[in-house]
Every structure is written in structure tokens, then in C-alpha cells.
Design a binder for this molecule. Structure first.
Ligand SMILES: CC(C)(COP(=O)(O)OP(=O)(O)OC[C@H]1O[C@@H](n2cnc3c(N)ncnc32)[C@H](O)[C@@H]1OP(=O)(O)O)[C@@H](O)C(=O)NCCC(=O)NCCS
Length: 249
């Protein structure tokens, strides 16, 4: 299996840290049970279950059979301690491009950054960012252009990491609900990064909003603002509006 990366990371053992080697590589279908088990373990430990929408083993298998990839991070004893699931939705209705009214022609170039989890003992090594950076290199080679993902407004760590890697908030809506309007769904930001974005435009307006003020943020987005940067300590988000006539950000 192709090695994507290797190095050293810190593991929390009681109140101290020990240094271990890690390897990063694509997982095989045979390792999908370990992926599902890690997801279930991480979910069980979460104080706020709203932040992670669980994929079943069967859903992940179906996704992999239609081309999705899972980047796995393994510790010294070759146990899976983190993973990132990457999907290629094509024109499927689940394509998040529809949520940000992406032009039809771009939908085939969309990559979904699906679930990422890191075992609690190995957090703080920047593995969410590192796996994202490897995913970017991989999908660029495959000719994809748009990264899209959903993040809960309550998922501070994930939102910060995703925005730090250049994805911007383009929509805020309920997702994963049972009815057509998703009225019982979970609140999610939809974030986007265009990997081919080259033109730079000057922003024309700025607004800072509290992370938990969803109504204000929905209004901002409806009025053409994009969530640009997160102020982690203050729990605030910077929104920016650009000149409508220039190229998309
Ligand atoms: C989101 C997540 C993948 C980030 O893990 P990570 O890449 O190891 O995080 P980072 O290396 O960026 O961590 C930065 C700091 O935040 C802390 N941190 C990260 N996630 C944390 C969490 N869920 N709870 C408390 N602290 C956390 C780290 O310990 C580290 O602290 P330090 O700077 O004092 O060492 C991980 O928290 C996780 O698995 N969460 C549950 C699943 C989830 O929400 N996934 C994203 C949605 S699909």
C-alpha cells in the first residue's frame, strides 16, 4: 500500500506524552471494520454528539465501492488511530455543490471531505490538517477542483482546522434530516475551497459574528458574505463581502 507520510507524533499516556512513530497510507477495504470501530469509539467519547454524524459500515463500503478513499494514520503497532474519508459525489443529490449553488458544470469536480476522526490519545498532533493536506495533493493529481465539507457550528476544533486550510463558509443550513426540508436535521456550515482559485479581489465589507449567532450568520450569507476566518479564543467568525462582479472566491 502506498505510503503517504511517516514521522513522529505524541501520544497521551495518563498525564504525560510519549513519542511514537506513525505512518499514513490509504486503507484497504479489509480495514473498513477498524475504521468503523474507531469512529464508534470516538463518537462514544464525544461530550456533544451533535458534532459528528456517524456513517455506518455499509454506507462507507458503498462509498468506497464507488471510488471514495480513506486515508488512515497508524501508530507504531499498526493500529488505526486516525482517518479521513474523501468522497467523490459526481452528480449525486448529496453533492454539496448544490448547497452553494455551484454551476452544474463544476459538480463533477467536487471532492467531499467527509468524516475525520482522531483517537483522543493522539489529538494535538495536527492530524486533521495533515491528512487534509495529503488529500489535497491526491485529488489535485486526479483532476478535482473543489473541496467541500460540512462542519457543525459547535465543533470548534474541526471548524478552526478546516478554515485554517483555506475553506470558507458559503452556506449554513440543517443537514441529515429525515424530511425534505431537513427541519429535524443538524445545523451545519458548508465550506468550500477552490483549488484553482488564482484571482485576488479586495474585500469591500467586513463583519464579525459570534459563532453561536446562527440567525445573524444566515443573514450575512444571504447578503453575499463569506465566512473567512475564525477567531478561536473569542469564538467569533470574520465574514467578508467581495465585489460581486469579480471572479469567485
Ligand atoms: C476534530 C479532530 C479531528 C481534531 O483532532 P486533531 O487534528 O488532533 O486536532 P489538533 O491537532 O488541531 O488539536 C489542536 C489542539 O486542540 C485540542 N483538541 C483537538 N480536538 C479536541 C477535542 N475534540 N476536544 C478537546 N480538545 C481538542 C488538541 O489537544 C490540541 O491541544 P494543544 O494545542 O493543547 O495540544 C478531533 O477533535 C476529533 O476527532 N473530534 C471528534 C470527531 C470530529 O468532530 N470530527 C470532525 C467532524 S467530521
Amino acid at each position: 500500500m502506498l505510503l503517504l507520510d511517516k514521522g513522529k507524533m505524541a501520544k497521551c499516556v495518563k498525564d504525560s506524552k510519549v513519542i511514537e512513530n506513525y505512518t499514513m497510507r490509504l486503507t484497504s477495504v479489509d480495514e473498513l471494520r477498524a475504521v468503523a470501530e474507531l469512529q464508534a469509539y470516538v463518537y462514544e467519547q464525544l461530550p456533544n454528539k451533535q458534532v459528528l454524524y456517524m456513517d455506518s459500515y455499509e454506507e462507507m463500503l458503498k462509498d468506497i465501492e464507488s471510488g471514495a478513499k480513506i486515508i488512515g494514520v497508524f501508530n507504531e503497532t499498526d493500529e488505526l488511530i486516525a482517518y479521513r474519508h474523501i468522497g467523490f459525489p459526481g452528480k449525486d443529490v448529496r453533492n454539496l455543490g448544490y448547497d452553494i449553488t455551484m454551476p452544474e458544470i463544476e459538480l463533477e469536480k467536487v471532492v467531499h471531505l467527509e468524516t475525520t476522526v482522531v483517537h483522543p490519545d493522539y489529538r494535538g498532533n495536527g492530524l486533521q490538517s495533515l491528512t487534509l493536506q495529503h488529500a489535497v495533493s491526491m485529488v489535485k493529481v486526479l483532476g478535482y477542483r473543489h473541496l467541500l465539507c460540512t462542519v457543525s457550528p459547535q465543533n470548534l476544533f474541526s471548524l478552526y482546522n478546516i478554515m485554517k486550510n483555506g475553506l470558507k463558509i458559503k452556506a449554513l443550513k440543517r443537514k441529515y434530516g429525515t424530511d425534505e426540508m431537513k427541519s429535524d436535521g443538524l445545523w451545519r456550515f458548508i465550506l468550500h475551497r477552490d483549488l484553482e482559485m488564482s484571482a485576488y479581489r479586495s474585500p469591500i465589507e467586513f463583519f464579525t459574528s459570534k459563532l453561536n449567532d446562527l440567525e445573524e450568520q444566515k443573514d450575512l450569507i444571504e447578503n453575499g458574505y463569506i465566512g473567512y476566518w475564525m477567531l478561536m479564543e473569542k469564538r467569533m467568525l470574520n465574514y467578508v463581502r467581495f465585489n460581486e462582479t469579480a471572479a469567485q472566491h
